[in-house]
Design a protein around this ligand. Structure first.
Ligand SMILES: NC(=O)c1ccc[n+]([C@@H]2O[C@H](COP(=O)([O-])OP(=O)(O)OC[C@H]3O[C@@H](n4cnc5c(N)ncnc54)[C@H](OP(=O)(O)O)[C@@H]3O)[C@@H](O)[C@H]2O)c1
Length: 216
């Protein structure tokens, strides 16, 4: 499959691209800054310029799947949290559906909830709204997606031990997820039918990754 990686230059996104390169699918890196092209040129990965605050249909055209690994980040204002993590994410789902990229894997977050009262509720609410749209997309569109929503804990740069814990309960008080294993999971979901139509927490743990994904 040709897989559009949204947020490809991010810390998780770059790992996703490399993971795809080592497997059977073909990545396309979506970036918004042309200066980031060099990283992908070196890897032989095609790039497409697009920004989640504007239409991205041209980026999705010709792709079979999307992995959403973008995010506004902690240093931007709450307006960007809404425009990127909420509205931008939904824009990408609608574009995927309309352009025929049927498989969609969302990097969400533990505690994503439209009614969140957490300390970073603007972020958790934005992610919760985006997840809710994806999970109920068939109520508003005739082209629903085969979706998976992966909700990690606090992201770290620890090396992957390729072992995780998964749970349908995404409201968890603590827990960490290595970006390495998260990227492996986002890519593995593409080929794991048991993950279609599922939202689950993914933390560093003791269960081999593929075995864990088959159990969700
Ligand atoms: N940090 C945590 O502990 C944690 C926990 C749970 C979930 N998450 C989620 O995981 C995501 C990925 O984490 P990370 O550490 O890999 O993030 P990251 O390194 O900050 O990467 C985020 C990527 O999103 C891109 N992006 C931002 N705005 C965009 C826009 N308008 N259009 C297109 N792309 C845009 C950025 O592009 P530029 O390079 O152009 O800025 C960057 O490449 C986070 O955004 C968050 O939603 C994080």
């Amino acid at each position: 499959m040709k897989v559009l990686v949204i947020g490809a230059h991010g810390r998780t996104g770059q790992r996703v691209v490399k993971q795809l390169l080592g497997g059977k699918h073909m990545p396309v890196a979506m970036i918004r800054d042309p200066d980031q092209r060099a990283v992908f040129d070196e890897m032989g990965v095609p790039t497409v310029l697009a920004d989640l605050e504007y239409p991205i249909d041209h980026a999705v055209t010709g792709c079979d799947a999307v992995i959403f690994a973008a995010g506004s980040g902690a240093k931007t204002g709450k307006d960007k949290t809404v425009l990127i993590d909420h509205v931008g994410a939904i824009r990408s789902m609608v574009a995927a559906a309309m352009q025929g990229a049927r498989r969609y894997v969302m990097l969400s977050s533990r505690n994503a909830d439209p009614a969140s009262e957490s300390k970073i509720r603007h972020y958790h609410r934005a992610k919760g709204h985006a997840d809710a749209f994806l999970m109920k997309m068939d109520a508003v569109m005739e082209e629903p997606l085969d979706w998976t929503i992966v909700c990690p804990g606090r992201l770290t740069d620890e090396a992957s031990k390729q072992c995780v814990s998964v749970s349908p309960e995404i409201d968890q008080p603590s827990g960490e997820t290595s970006r390495d294993v998260l990227a492996e999971a986002l890519v593995a979901c593409l080929d794991e039918p048991a993950t279609v139509g599922k939202r689950f927490a993914l933390l560093d743990g003791e269960t081999p990754l593929i075995e864990a994904l088959r159990s969700v």
